[in-house]
Design a protein. Structure first.
Lengths: 321, 302
């Protein structure tokens, strides 16, 4: 593909596979050599201005001390912010919580959906559409409404959940002020939003697997369990990797509104996560440098995890092609 | 890594869900035991439990909203007659009509703008070969890995320099390009029949004319699905509106949050406000359910 480049722009256009203007008059051919860039310009400019330039700026901010006030000076402090942030107990707590959240959400976005989708795969047609329509609803609810309704459900004076718990002899109290229960409550709320989405993605994956494989294995004497573990789950792996990657990359985002509205990270940081911490550093403590340093570290960590997953999903992608 | 459509979950949207899987499953799907009666009973039981778990909080929100205020703590799962006092109270206390209209307008503008920007960029990626294509494409994929919280301080500073703090424009402008929409549109355009484009070209249409008269009219279902999804995402956006609109209750997310803070345990009113905030999305979902689910599920990442 490098050879035609040496032959000049016009020829390159003419030989490039799939170029639509192959048959164009000469004027058009020349025009088309920068046409795609015109089409790309708005999107790329927006990305550069609102994603990549800020990313570079964040990197720069991570080396200064600045309180977000435009008139106040930015003092260069070298790696001080990194040194501070790495020793902060709040950060360790937030990172630990984030990992716990991710593991817990895996149950709702991956494990339970696989179990539910496999056990209910015999249900088809109108019944399936009806169930799917209902279980997808939590995914569409506005975060403030989700938070409000769950605060009401968990309310210690008259909420439905503490009342049910009380009939079972368990005094829940105020879950959002209880360090032992607050994470569990947040997990239930976000898990509630994820579960239906997970079931639908896994069901979609199952529907895409040709039944011939299972039928053939069954003829060869494979048991139901063997078919699930050896055929269905491996063929489902693209959907599963997708859900796992979504959970890892986005669970901190999904949790953020719930934490912000219901717990503010408390009590004593028991329910905080890394993004809420970034918000607090930046917009509560007005310590832009600290927030930026932590942000850079999280960005690198998530980048590594994502690359790992891409690697895994590429290894898995030979199935069923 | 690339965004790809996962296998259609509910059948192709227009064909009607269920029709194809149903006929197929009778024939040969899941040969082992999954069609037997106990299996089906287990499946139905599981899905009923899941559906109740999914719907109950939403149902409870509306039940509480429609109770008379003095019955707010009632645990009766049914409410009749419906009492509109809570809704009237919300309507008279906060400008919720304006908030909903603002949020609707904001989401609509954002969805249309994101679609427009994405269509142009996807068109370039799908129809041309050019130098730097790979790098530019990586720019879009890579942006997916930059969490918004990492870039929020510089973005906030830029929005404030532009004088857009506490304005809806400040919420919209930084989100005009959705990399996700670009990647999804690119996929749709790549599978567009090339013959049609060549024919349009031989008719003397410019690439711009081809886009609007040939490509886009044929991508209407995909555009509609993506547009709905972008609209719902914009409606449900939380972090950025709450940062930008700190001294304004113009959008529903911010407005309801302050209402929550003021009304505390006035559950009837709080549930009424939350329910009102959900109604536009529910209406879209009721009318276009298949498209909505399809759009969210098929836009997978493989």
């Amino acid at each position: 593909m490098f050879v035609p480049v040496a032959m000049g722009a016009g020829t390159r256009e003419a030989t490039a596979p799939g170029a639509p203007h192959v048959l164009a008059r000469r004027r058009r051919v020349r025009w088309s050599s920068f046409t795609p860039f015109l089409y790309l310009l708005p999107a790329v400019a927006l990305l550069v201005v609102w994603v990549y330039a800020p990313l570079v700026q964040t990197f720069g901010l991570s080396f200064v001390d600045w309180n977000l006030i435009p008139t106040s000076p930015k003092t260069f402090v070298g790696f001080d912010n990194y040194a501070t942030v790495l020793t902060l107990p709040e950060l360790q707590q937030a990172v630990g919580n984030t990992v716990l959240y991710i593991l817990a959400f895996m149950l709702f976005s991956l494990v339970l959906p696989v179990v539910i989708a496999l056990l209910s795969r015999g249900i088809q047609g109108k019944a399936k559409t009806f169930y799917q329509a209902l279980i997808f609803v939590p995914f569409l609810i506005t975060p403030v409404a989700t938070s409000a309704v769950w605060r009401w459900l968990f309310d210690e004076n008259g909420g439905a959940i503490p009342r049910i718990a009380a009939t079972l002899g368990w005094d829940l109290g105020n879950v959002f002020r209880d360090p032992a229960l607050v994470m569990g409550a947040v997990i239930v709320i976000v898990g509630w939003q994820l579960l239906g989405f997970g079931v639908l993605v896994v069901s979609a994956g199952l529907a895409g697997i040709s039944p011939d494989y299972g039928a053939a294995a069954s003829l060869d004497g494979a048991s139901a369990r063997q078919i699930v573990w050896r055929i269905t789950l491996p063929l489902l792996s693209p959907s599963l990797v997708f859900l796992a990657l979504m959970t890892i990359l986005l669970s901190a985002q999904w949790t953020y509104p719930i934490i912000d509205i219901l717990t503010q990270g408390g009590p004593g940081g028991a329910s905080t996560n890394i993004y809420y911490l970034l918000y607090q550093f930046g917009f509560r403590n007005f310590d832009a440098g600290l927030s930026a340093a932590a942000g850079v570290l999280f960005f690198l960590a998530f980048g590594l995890v994502a690359m790992l997953f891409v690697e895994i999903s590429e290894r898995l992608s030979f199935h069923d092609n | 890594m690339a965004f790809v459509a996962l296998p259609a979950p509910l059948g192709a949207a227009p064909a009607g869900p269920g029709a194809r899987p149903a006929s197929r499953s009778r024939a040969s799907d899941a040969p082992v035991a999954s069609r037997t009666l106990p299996r089906l009973a287990i499946g139905h039981a599981l899905l009923i439990v899941l559906a109740v778990f999914s719907i109950f909080p939403v149902y409870w929100m509306f039940v509480t909203a429609f109770r008379a205020p003095e019955d707010a703590l009632s645990q009766n799962p049914f409410v009749w007659p419906l009492d509109f006092e809570n809704i009237a109270y919300v309507w008279n206390t906060i400008p919720i009509g304006t908030m909903i209209a603002n949020t609707f307008g904001m989401s609509l503008v954002l969805a249309v703008a994101q679609l427009f920007v994405a269509v142009l960029a996807a068109y370039a990626f799908a129809m041309w070969e050019f130098r730097g294509k790979k790098i530019l494409f990586l720019l879009f994929i890579g942006s997916w890995l930059v969490p918004f919280q990492v870039t929020m301080i510089p973005n906030y500073v830029l929005v404030s320099q532009l004088g857009l703090l506490n304005t809806i424009a400040g919420v919209v402008v930084p989100n005009l390009c959705s990399a996700f929409a670009v990647l999804l549109m690119r996929q749709h355009m790549q599978s567009f029949p090339r013959d049609l484009i060549d024919a349009s070209h031989m008719d003397g249409r410019s690439s711009w004319g081809t886009l609007w008269t040939v490509v886009l009219p044929n991508l209407k279902p995909a555009l509609a699905a993506l547009g709905i999804m972008l609209f719902i995402s914009a409606w449900n956006e939380y972090l950025w509106p709450t940062l930008i609109l700190q001294q304004s209750d113009a959008l529903i997310q911010v407005g309801i949050r302050s209402f929550l803070g003021q009304e505390g345990n006035n559950w009837g009113a709080v549930m009424a406000a939350s329910g009102l905030a959900c109604i536009p999305i529910f209406l879209i979902y009721i009318v276009l359910q298949r498209y909505v689910v399809d759009a969210f599920i098929r836009s997978g990442l493989k």
